[in-house]
Design a protein around this ligand. Structure first.
Ligand code: BES
Ligand code: MN
Ligand code: MN
Length: 476
């Protein structure tokens, strides 16, 4: 086999486990400071996809990712336009006969506010207690960049066992709505044997896991309008419907006393998870007291008949993400507002369908509105739920890779978050994804003080080359 690499001192592929582990570990040891420095450069650019003020930062980040891919040895590296923020593409085809891994990740991040709750500025990364603090450190710049560094490692050590294609997008955090058309357009270019994504979590650093399920999502905004202007709440209060009161009542009525969602048909397509699978998933360690303590809550709540872990993985939800209306400034103003609004998200599980649930929500919301108000439902974005089969060579390769790097066989685990593109990949490219993330639930993604363990970052860089190795081996 040919040896690919940028330096002349590359070493050929070794088949023995320990040899390849030594090679990976020593490369990481020698380069870890640079791996961190390079990630910090990316973390310093505030690539907030939701905010048009950061449009230039999005482009700067795409360019920085492109530069890093070129430096690591990728070919055909380009920034491809989409209907929204651009995609960074790059590839290395070392031998068309070898399997091809399509790496997906995102370089955009969530807004950093509320800023005052950060203990260090969100776009000035620092390491504290072995963790990298910065917006995007875990979700997903840190995890995406592990793949670029693992690729560099394989190139430099002459151990590339698969072809690779990178597809790093800039609008995951706003729903990836331009990605469907993009992957349809570039269907041939994106041809691969498996999709590899690090944008999820492990159970704990000593309990590795592979994500085998993601929830889907439907996101809507609602508006309730009462009188045509804000009114004096003394003169009109009691006689004219208050849209904020009405909206609260409507939202409250969407859960019954068992915390079931009351939208007719909402559960029709939900595939109930069997006893056996539930008892299997409940074997993974989970401490409810620690969970409550971490969040500083007196108790948990949720759908009756299910425990906390089940509620956040195998069950659908409906949550208000934000609600506003009326007077929220300093002091008091006695007003009966004209309008009330809310943003509502529903997490979906197999086999619910995002579009169908959006339609059911809309119909129900309109049906429960009293005559005294007008309502509007504005769908935002969505995505379908995902299940990853565990009987594929790709899953077995990921499992083996983690077993070797963590020294412990990973557990399969379903997670509550959503990555809308995963279901689309399956639909358009006919490809299943491997969700091999290295974050922790406690990394505060989307929250103030997001962080990512240096251990996790380096463990990712260590594990990814092993995935390539075993995927190539098992594909033979
Ligand atoms: N990386 C997350 C999804 C995630 C987090 C999956 C933790 C599993 C565990 C992703 O960036 C994300 O935040 N997705 C959004 C959906 C998107 C449409 C805004 C989500 O889940 O809210
Ligand atoms: Mn993410
Ligand atoms: Mn996210």
């Amino acid at each position: 086999m040919l040896i690919y690499g940028q330096t002349m001192e590359t070493t050929p592929i070794k088949s023995a486990n320990s040899d390849s582990m030594d090679q990976i570990k020593s490369y990481i040891d020698k380069n870890q400071q640079r791996f961190l420095d390079e990630l910090f450069v990316l973390l310093r650019i505030p690539s907030v996809s939701a905010d048009p003020k950061h449009a230039k930062d999005i482009i700067r980040t795409a360019e920085a990712v492109k530069e890093r891919l070129i430096a690591a040895g990728a070919d055909q590296v380009e920034i491809l336009p989409t209907g929204g923020h651009p995609m960074v593409y790059g590839e290395k085809i070392i031998d068309p006969k070898l399997p091809t891994v399509l790496v997906y990740g995102h370089y955009d991040v969530q807004p950093a506010d509320p800023l005052e709750l950060w203990t260090s500025p969100p776009f000035e990364p620092v390491i504290k207690d072995g963790k990298i603090y910065a917006r995007g450190s875990c979700d997903d710049k840190g995890q995406m960049f592990m793949h670029v560094k693992a690729f560099e490692l394989m190139m430099q050590t002459g151990t590339m066992a698969c072809n690779v294609k990178f597809m790093i997008e800039g609008e995951e955090e706003v729903g990836s709505s331009n990605l469907g058309p993009f992957i349809r357009k570039y269907k041939d270019k994106l041809k691969a044997d498996v999709i590899l994504i690090s944008d999820t979590s492990i159970i704990a650093n000593d309990v590795p896991s592979i994500t085998i399920g993601l929830r889907g999502l439907t996101y809507v905004e609602v508006e309730v309008t009462g009188p045509n202007v804000d009114l004096h709440s003394g003169v009109y209060g009691g006689a004219v419907a208050n849209p904020v009161n009405v909206l609260c009542k409507m939202i409250a009525s969407m859960h019954d006393e068992n915390n079931h969602i009351t939208i007719p048909g909402f559960y029709d397509l939900v595939r109930e998870v069997g006893k056996e699978e539930r008892s299997e998933m409940n074997k993974a360690p989970f401490d409810l007291e620690v969970y409550k303590k971490q969040l500083n809550i007196g108790d948990v709540q949720g759908e009756s008949g299910y425990n906390t872990r089940e509620r956040t993985s195998i069950r659908p939800t409906l949550d208000v993400n934000g609600i506003w209306g009326g007077y929220t400034g300093e002091g008091a103003k006695t007003v009966l507002p004209s309008k009330a609004n809310a943003k509502i998200s529903m997490r979906l599980v197999p086999n619910q369908d995002s579009d169908k649930i959006t339609a059911l929500f809309q119909k129900y919301f309109e049906s429960i509105a009293p005559k005294s108000v007008k309502v509007k439902v504005m769908p935002h974005h969505g995505g379908n739920p995902v299940v990853v089969p565990t009987d594929t060579i790709a899953y077995k390769a990921a499992s083996k890779a983690m077993e070797v790097s963590f020294g412990k066989k990973p557990l399969p685990a379903r997670e509550g978050g959503s990555i809308p593109i995963v279901a689309l990949f399956e639909e358009v490219l006919g490809l299943k994804s491997i969700l091999m993330g290295f974050g922790l639930d406690s990394d505060a993604i989307h929250s103030p003080n997001e962080h990512f363990g240096v251990f996790n970052y380096l463990k990712g860089i260590e594990t990814i080359p092993l995935f390539y190795k075993y995927f190539a081996e098992y594909s033979k």
